[in-house]
Design a protein around this ligand. Structure first.
Ligand code: FES
Length: 150
């Protein structure tokens, strides 16, 4: 299995690692396939993600995708950030090997959960819809078409 240089770079030097004290939103998700877990905390100003940090207990691909999704989401309006897809995250990392595509779900689901937590805490309606990794019918290998070009 071959990882891109970008995946390796984010794995070795993950961005935005940690937990925000008194975060405006907290998302915690687990990958049912492997048992790995991720927590994302966000600060939000005027519906814009002003700061974001993550902790991931998982494989290298989970850590790299978590790192990348925090970079993508920082400074974004929550209504745009909630639509970041696992394919976009994988593309930003120059692809993931097909067997590791399911790992990127943790990152996008963790972000969605944090955004919804922020909205619910404010008494607003959640917008993320279904959290994919919480679905018992979730097939982690369904979208395995994004592969690393060799
Ligand atoms: Fe668990 Fe990658 S093997 S998230």
């Amino acid at each position: 299995m071959l990882y891109s240089d970008k995946v390796m770079e984010h794995f070795n030097n993950p961005r935005n690692v940690g937990i925000l004290d008194e975060a405006d939103g907290v998302g915690e998700v687990g990958n049912p396939t492997c048992g790995d877990m991720m927590k994302i905390t966000i600060d939000v100003d005027d519906d814009t993600i002003s700061d974001i940090k993550f902790q991931t207990l998982g494989c290298g691909a989970a850590i790299a995708t978590s790192s990348m999704v925090t970079e993508m989401a920082k400074g974004m309006d929550i209504h745009d950030a909630v639509n970041i897809t696992k394919k976009q995250v994988a593309d930003e990392l120059d692809g993931l090997p097909a067997p590791k595509m399911h790992c990127s779900v943790l990152a996008t689901d963790g972000l969605k959960a944090a955004i919804d937590d922020y909205l619910v805490k404010q008494g607003r309606e959640p917008i993320a819809g279904d959290i994919e990794s919480n679905d018992p019918d979730f097939d982690p290998h369904e979208e395995s078409d994004v592969e690393l070009d060799e």
